[in-house]
Design a binder for this molecule. Structure first.
Ligand SMILES: [Zn+2]
Ligand SMILES: [Zn+2]
Length: 244
């Protein structure tokens, strides 16, 4: 076996601190740079080909749009389009949880690579050149140390040569966590949650929102509405995960 010094270093580090798969906790091969083992990594599910043309919801039985997007519910929607890299399954949940709460910022690289691939995959996103991360409330950002969406947005913009809109929107309200609420309560919870701090950067532009997980889309819809009030032409969203 031919070792170089970096390999020897990695091997020794593995003996001292074995790396384990973030999801199943099995030991990873010593030379692995991955966060998941190969079994868990292959369990990540890209957004299926059959999905709603507007909101990106996976559609088991095909069709152009989902039930909500066909009906009146989305008639006045501000969000024009939503796409995601993956379905929110348990393997992806482990990755996102480690990224958000265990401060594994190193995960920003592979996760934003997946976002960049997804941007290429869905050519309907190609005209959205202005990237905006969904802002966190300052107190949440302080608590967490960083905004995971900002990290993803920055790396996506760099990889795809898009313009990153920084300090353009802010969280005006520290809302309750959406997971603690019913589907109906979520839209109300987000009302007035955002303010646009630099409207001159928004006017007349096609803006791509970036977030980690999309569930009911009420957060993205609220921010899209605020952007449109300030003259944004079109607003789309790209998220890492889609919770069906
Ligand atoms: Zn695993
Ligand atoms: Zn839909």
């Amino acid at each position: 076996m031919n070792f170089n010094f970096t390999d020897i270093g990695k091997y020794l580090l593995h003996i001292l601190l074995p790396k384990t798969c973030l999801h199943c906790l099995k030991d990873l091969p010593w030379e692995s740079d991955r966060a998941l083992c190969s079994v868990c990594e292959s369990a990540l599910e890209p957004l299926p080909e059959l999905h709603c043309a507007r909101c990106g919801l996976p559609l088991k039985y095909g069709g152009a749009t989902c039930y909500d997007c066909r009906g009146q519910k989305s008639a006045g929607a501000a969000l024009d389009l939503a796409r995601s890299a993956f379905i929110f399954n348990s393997e992806l949940r482990s990755l996102i949880h480690a990224f958000k709460y265990s401060r594994m910022e190193s995960l920003a690289v592979p996760l934003s690579e997946a976002m960049a691939d997804t941007f290429d995959r869905f050519t309907e996103l190609k005209d959205y050149k202005f990237v905006l991360a969904v802002p966190l409330h300052p107190s949440k950002k302080k608590e967490r140390g960083f905004n995971q969406s900002e990290l993803l947005a920055g790396k996506l913009a760099a990889a795809k040569h898009l313009f990153l809109l920084e300090n353009t929107a802010a969280r005006a309200l520290n809302t309750k966590p959406q997971v603690s609420l019913s589907k109906e309560e979520r839209a109300g919870n987000m009302k007035g949650a955002f303010k646009i701090t630099r409207p001159e950067l928004v006017k007349g532009r096609d803006i791509l929102l970036v977030d980690d997980v999309a569930t009911t889309l009420s957060t993205l819809e609220e921010l899209a509405g605020e952007l449109k009030k300030h003259g944004a032409k079109r607003v789309a969203a790209l998220t890492l995960a889609r919770e069906p």
